[in-house]
Design a protein around this ligand. Sequence first.
Ligand SMILES: NC(=O)c1ccc[n+]([C@@H]2O[C@H](COP(=O)([O-])OP(=O)(O)OC[C@H]3O[C@@H](n4cnc5c(N)ncnc54)[C@H](OP(=O)(O)O)[C@@H]3O)[C@@H](O)[C@H]2O)c1
Length: 422
Amino acid sequence: MSRLDLVIFGATGFTGLRVVEQLAKVAKKYPAMTWGVAGRSQAKLEALMANIGKKIGEDMTSIRIIIAEVTNERSLQDMCEQAKVLINCCGPYLMYGEPVVKAAVEAKTHCVDVSGEPQYIENVQLKYNDAAKEAGVYIVSACGFDSIPNDMGLVYLQQNFEGTLNSVESYVSVEVTPEFQNEAAKSGIIHFGTWESAIISAGRSKELVPLRKMLYSDDLPVFEPKLRAKSTFHKLDEDQWCVPFPGVDESVVYRTQRFFHDHENQRAIQFKTYIKIGSLCTAIQTGFGGVLITLLSKTAPTMKLLLKYPKLFSGGMVTSEGPTENVMNNTKFTFELYGEGWDKNTDVSEKPNKKAVVKVKGVNPAYGATVTAVIYCAIACLTEQDKIPGIGGVLTTGAAFHNTSLIKNLHENNLTFEYIPC
Ligand SMILES: NC(=O)c1ccc[n+]([C@@H]2O[C@H](COP(=O)([O-])OP(=O)(O)OC[C@H]3O[C@@H](n4cnc5c(N)ncnc54)[C@H](OP(=O)(O)O)[C@@H]3O)[C@@H](O)[C@H]2O)c1
């Protein structure tokens, strides 16, 4: 069977179905682009396509449906052989991700996903980088809210800085607009699938140290001035207390910087990321809540409890039904990336003399911005392969897409990037 340009796997999931719906709209701008959906249930996929068709007023019967189940290697192979680029929305990736990557590499199919689980992402780099290069395909993880704003935001800062960037501190804030806070208290703001992935990843955190030792035999050079971590609870401005951001972003950005250092001989930029919480009391609650969840994720019985009572343990943020459309569309986020370095023609042994900020803004972080981001990452793999470094491999978004139109496309589609000189 002929290859479709894009295939969405995990199309029936909370995230996947939103990728399908948005791709149906985006595809109108690319009339020659062909696409299909994949999952393990024909009936669910047919119902999904009928619903989306009704919602957007289009006949979806010509969209190819592919049946694939993670435990059936042959079905994954068949699915990948029908796609040029696979958008994998089937998570948790630590449970389901690796067989999909293996099938994609064997079928010579590019693969992008929205994982935020560092063990999965780094294990894939370790095991499939050489095979992906040999197959001439790109495997790019973390193409969603994890970690596009930080990874591409830093690329954007670097591209506009006109000088030498030494360090970047990123602060993210997420806010539901006041009119929808009551609704958010009932529906939550995060779907169970994201929670399950985060809990499994937290429970397996000790895998990271040996994995990283295998991935990189040496450390990046230490640059001066060294960027020190801020104290766990600190203030950015008058009423904003902040804590370290526990996501995958620092590890993704590190790999991007590693790539630029190893392959493009660039000075690696030091990076730390934090989240703005609000009052000191909320920051302390969030910090201790995070530590408690991490501890509970370490044994099977307590992990079971976390997965059985997501709303209780997340302080109301996570539900099995997921947030309502109202809540999602009224959740705003801003990343502020504060860069420091030297103006061009300045000796980098002197004190840094230049600062700039990049702001990355959007709405609906996990199920809107993520969806836009992964679709345009897939389109970059499809249409701008000549601008992606090398001949294939397992890359970060920053390494893969820094020369493509990704940032421009995201900016034009409500995930905005702004450079502010200071
Ligand atoms: N980076 C980000 O910011 C971001 C944002 C959103 C989501 N995510 C990630 O995306 C992933 C999905 O989240 P979600 O909330 O959409 O989860 P979900 O609703 O549970 O969706 C999971 C999908 O995987 C499919 N699936 C599960 N087991 C399968 C198997 N054995 N064979 C074939 N398909 C299988 C499900 O199919 P059925 O419908 O048939 O069960 C469903 O389509 C998670 O890992 C989450 O962390 C990341």
